[in-house]
Design a protein. Structure first.
Length: 304
């Protein structure tokens, strides 16, 4: 699917005329991919890399354009089972146009940053900036979800909550790796800013991007370490809860065994004391209750 935009009154507006400056290809068809390769001389392998979620971020220079592939968070859906994933985005910066290739349809030009756009290089940098903000929002959501799970898992022995925590830890590992890889590419872009054609304002924004990305990486590492330790701690709590339950079941079992022993002894088909006593049944019940009370008293003294 293709969407075309132009910069008008310092804003990006969708257009269908010939004055197109930004092309957004979402999950391009084989015919669209062939068109990009033949018309704009985009490398076929590079184009495939922009659609591959496992591709590493990188910066490349071609005779007619600059290529930047970076990682961004995927849109989350309930079927993902608390797994937050990443996807690749390819941006092909020409002298007079910007081509964006991505695998799924997402709102790209949203937020206050795109309320004032001056050039296609400005769009190029603000898309990167928005991806970092997207990471920060997802990290905040992961933190909120983990706190909710903490409250539920304390008194629960259900493995579902532990699996949820494991999914969040796994997501944070992927996020941290993607943010780190992006950081290397952003720093390389800063080093080669002159070759790309960035002016002083663009370089200043690129410096801000690098700082924000480092802070985002630090935040992801902190959440990842906290959740990893929390996962170990909660696993121990679940085991302790199981031990406490087994202890209670054993207590009930022993309570039942004490009177059962007495009743079983008097159930034998042999001559027994008080066998002909008219109050023998109630006396035996009294002995059973007395033994149960003594066992309970002993456990209390031992703080069991």
């Amino acid at each position: 699917m293709l969407k075309e935009y132009q910069i008008k009154d310092n804003k990006l507006v969708e257009t269908d005329d010939k004055q197109v400056q930004v092309y957004v290809y979402t999950n391009p068809t084989p015919q669209e991919q062939r068109y990009l390769i033949d018309t704009y001389q985009i490398d076929e392998h590079t184009l495939a890399s922009a659609l591959d979620p496992d591709e590493q971020p990188r910066l490349e220079f071609e005779p007619e354009h600059t290529v930047l592939i970076y990682k961004r968070p995927k849109n989350y859906s309930g079927k993902d089972q608390l797994e937050f994933k990443v996807a690749s985005v390819g941006m092909f910066l020409f002298q007079d146009k910007l081509i964006i290739v991505l695998a799924e349809d997402i709102p790209l030009f949203v937020g206050k940053r795109f309320q004032n756009v001056s050039s296609i290089k400005d769009v190029f940098l603000k898309l990167i900036y928005n991806s970092i903000s997207h990471y920060v929002e997802h990290l905040r959501i992961i933190h909120m979800i983990s706190e909710e799970i903490e409250d539920k898992i304390t008194d629960s022995m259900d493995n579902r909550y532990l699996l949820n925590l494991f999914s969040l830890v796994k997501s944070l590992v992927y996020y941290a790796e993607a943010i780190t890889s992006n950081g290397f590419v952003f720093e390389k872009t800063r080093t080669l800013a002159g070759r790309i054609g960035f002016d002083e304002k663009d370089i200043e924004m690129l410096d801000d991007i690098i700082v924000e990305n480092r802070q985002c990486k630090t935040q992801a590492d902190i959440y990842s370490n906290i959740l990893a330790q929390l996962l170990d701690a909660r696993a121990s709590i679940v085991n302790n809860n199981l031990n406490q339950l087994m202890k209670k079941l054993n207590v009930v079992t022993i309570w039942m065994m004490v009177p059962t022993l007495v009743v079983s002894a008097y159930g034998m088909n042999v001559a027994l004391p008080m066998a002909k006593h008219p109050q023998a049944f109630w006396m035996l019940m009294g002995v059973c209750l007395m033994l149960v009370w003594l066992v309970m008293l002993y456990w209390r003294r031992k703080n069991w």
